[in-house]
Design a binder for this molecule. Structure first.
Ligand code: ZN
Length: 385
């Protein structure tokens, strides 16, 4: 789950190969791919506007590929690369069209370039060899004397971009950077509770909870219908499940984007689900809050921010001031058997996780530090909108 952070760096190498014919053919190929997809776009009316639907079925792509392969004289992998590029050009045109930034004009490829996927070149003995026509035409680039050699030692080679007089080489450079600031998150039924140098952060999860409840109710109603009208029930079920999944996905996307923005330079700590104990008996408050959502949140966050997985053991059971055992009081409140600390259950858990991130143990010294952060920051509620 933990992301290996990396940065893309690129370098240019000049060359004298005469490849203008190949580049022209490729540009023509890419334009044809765009033309064919463009002609198959369906325009659907939606709220008094025509919205383009780009054909994406397997069958369509297969026919497209065969059509393009017919008069292509170079390695067939370039056809796949052209199709991929055509789709990304058209999707970006579509996004801008919907936003009103672009008109209903077909994109035209002007520049001569080829994106060379990893399947079309090999890298051995410090040489990049690009296949243009299998067993007939290869281009070789010697990097053993390249000025950037030292800088990219140990990096993975990425995509290449071939142009008339130069080759652009991209590398994935691993980044070993962990932010100093930390925030630890505890998931609950109606809120997500974080603790950091800004105090207690509470994210309102009621909208997500409402989605689950509403769907559960709908599902039950549809199920009772299935005895009398099985076909209608099946159709309704599919419709609602799809809508429900989309809404949950939408909420989780907004939530994680918000957290990544709000706590930009932070490392985000989450309980490791693979470790036993989490979502054990005492953590299941309600069956509608699924382990799945927590997993999705962690997965999305690891794309948008630095994520660290934490050992979840006892985070809710021990006192964040002295490490003693907690007992339940009324509602969401816990009391320590040893030091008599009375504290909100979620806050206690997120402080314990925060201390774990900081490699600290609950003791009077760490409590002084925690108390200072808490007094300074207080409680902040965040809404996902
Ligand atoms: Zn205590």
């Amino acid at each position: 789950m933990q992301r290996n952070s990396y940065r893309i760096v690129s370098y240019k190498v000049r060359h004298d190969y005469d490849i203008s014919e190949f580049l022209s053919s490729y540009r023509y190929l890419l334009q044809r791919a765009i033309d064919i997809i463009w002609d198959s776009i369906e325009w659907k009316k939606k709220r008094n506007r025509l919205i383009p639907i780009i054909p994406k079925s397997k069958e369509f792509k297969r026919t497209l590929r065969n059509q393009l392969l017919k008069d292509w004289n170079y390695a067939s992998h370039y056809v796949d690369s052209a199709i991929k590029t055509a789709y990304s050009i058209l999707s970006s045109w579509r996004r801008n069209y919907i936003k009103g930034k672009r008109g209903r004009n077909k994109p035209v490829v002007k520049r001569k370039f080829v994106r060379v996927k990893e399947t079309l070149y090999r890298f051995r003995d410090e040489k990049i060899v690009i296949t243009i026509r299998p067993r007939q035409l290869y281009l070789e680039f010697d990097l053993s004397k390249a000025w950037f050699r030292k800088r990219v030692e140990g990096c993975d080679l990425g995509e290449l971009i071939l142009k008339e007089n130069e080759l652009i080489i991209t590398f994935r450079k691993p980044v070993n950077y962990t932010p100093k600031k930390k925030i630890a998150w505890d998931l609950n039924l109606l809120s997500m509770d974080g603790f950091c140098d800004r105090g207690w952060i509470r994210v309102n999860l009621k909208p997500l909870y409402t989605l689950h409840i509403t769907y559960e109710n709908k599902r039950r109603k549809i199920q009772s219908l299935s005895k009398t009208k099985p076909k209608t029930a099946k159709r309704l079920m599919q419709k609602y499940s799809q809508r429900y999944r989309n809404r949950v996905k939408d909420f989780l996307h907004k939530l994680t984007t918000k957290l990544a923005k709000e706590f930009k330079d932070y490392e985000h700590g989450f309980e490791n689900l693979e470790k036993q104990g989490m979502f054990g008996k005492c953590k299941i408050h309600n069956r509608v809050v699924s382990k799945q959502n927590w997993k999705q949140i962690i997965a999305l966050m690891s794309y948008k921010a630095n994520v660290k997985l934490l050992d979840p053991r006892n985070s809710t059971k021990i006192c964040s001031r002295c490490g003693g055992r907690m007992k339940h009081r009324k509602g969401q409140v816990l009391e320590c058997i040893k030091c008599r600390l009375i504290i909100n259950r979620q806050l206690n858990a997120s402080i314990n996780l925060y201390l774990r991130m900081k490699d600290m143990k609950p003791c009077l010294n760490s409590w002084k530090y925690v108390k200072r952060l808490l007094d300074r920051g207080g409680v902040t509620w965040l809404e996902v909108t």
